[in-house]
Design a protein around this ligand. Sequence first.
Ligand SMILES: [Zn+2]
Length: 109
Amino acid sequence: MIQKNQKNHVHFGGFMLSLLQKSDIKCSKCLYDKSVKSGIIKGRQHYKCKECGSNYTVELKSTAKPKSLKKQALHLYLEGLGSRSIGRFLGVSNVSVLHWIKDFWKRIR
Ligand SMILES: [Zn+2]
């Protein structure tokens, strides 16, 4: 039992670490976060995605939250984190997080 708990803890710690280390720079198409700088155009840093090859800028922000962010929020919620902590972690408002959690409960009911 203790071993299992320790394993879960390590897994959770790794997950948190990967969240912290993740950069905000993500491909707008595939959300892959590994990119190369492709130059500055009109004062904006452009990046080229290493995964799908599309070009994007960091300023391009869509109002719709990517699915992976919602998934991460729910993962953290199920790990026992509060909506405020999750919001801080993912850089979204805790209202959004609460909305996702509500949505989640609706769907599994
Ligand atoms: Zn991409």
